[in-house]
Write a protein that binds this ligand. Structure first.
Ligand code: CDP
Length: 209
């Protein structure tokens, strides 16, 4: 397949489902660019926590804003799911995501609404999920490994609150696109999920040649 053509992989799913890890691995495997769209909402949230108006914060966002380790905290994640409910915030972030997806050479975007709203014509759509308990345990291990003081119960409450907000909002709610393939990682090693995703993308690319 020519590298001058665009090829979009849309990976959606709830918090700590493994979609970020799968997206990074898939992008590295195929040499595609990767955009973690959650970082856009987290960066807007960080600016809102610093006092900015949400829609203005979204319009003012620059790529450099995404390179901040402080975006990974639970506080920012919660605020991200609050600003993500606001239609003006989502609208302000749309063009950047679509241009990223259309770049030559292939792109992987992960988030909540990539297959449904941002890239409804993506060549491959995956919906990565897992039980809330397993996702909370994964996020707890990740945060504890970074030295963050938090309990498993707090992480579970955070994950459940965000799931409810992300699935319940009117604009671009979290759900699988009708043509997405679901990968449930509750009892699956992430390496196996990556292998399944790579096989699916390979099959699609062969059909396009
Ligand atoms: O890494 P994790 O899955 O915990 O969260 P994230 O992907 O960084 O997303 C943080 C929050 O941003 C989510 O809870 C959503 O509310 C929001 N988000 C969204 O609304 N749409 C996206 N495409 C990506 C994230």
């Amino acid at each position: 397949m020519s590298v001058t053509r665009s090829f979009t992989v849309a990976i959606d799913g709830p918090a700590a489902s493994g979609k970020g890890t799968i997206s990074k691995a898939v992008a590295a495997h195929f040499g595609f660019a990767h955009l973690d769209t959650g970082l856009l909402y987290r960066a807007v949230a960080a600016k809102v926590l610093a006092g900015k108006e949400p829609a203005q914060a979204a319009r003012d966002l620059v790529p450099h804003d995404l390179e901040d380790d402080a975006l990974r905290t639970s506080l920012v994640a919660q605020e991200a799911s609050k600003v993500a409910v606001i239609p003006e915030v989502r609208a302000a972030l749309l063009d950047f995501q679509r241009s990223f997806a259309a770049r030559a050479g292939g792109a992987v975007l992960d988030g909540r609404d990539i297959g449904t709203v941002i890239c409804p014509d993506a060549q491959v759509k995956l919906f990565v999920t897992a039980s809330a308990e397993v996702r909370a345990r994964r996020r707890f291990a990740e945060l504890s490994g970074k030295g963050v003081q938090i309990t498993l119960d707090e992480v579970l409450a955070d994950v459940q609150a965000r799931d409810a907000r992300d699935m319940g909002r009117a604009d671009a709610p979290l759900r699988a696109a009708v043509d997405a393939v679901t990968i449930d990682t509750t009892e699956m090693a992430i390496a196996d999920a990556v292998a399944a995703a790579v096989a699916m993308i390979d099959a699609k690319r062969e059909n396009l040649i």
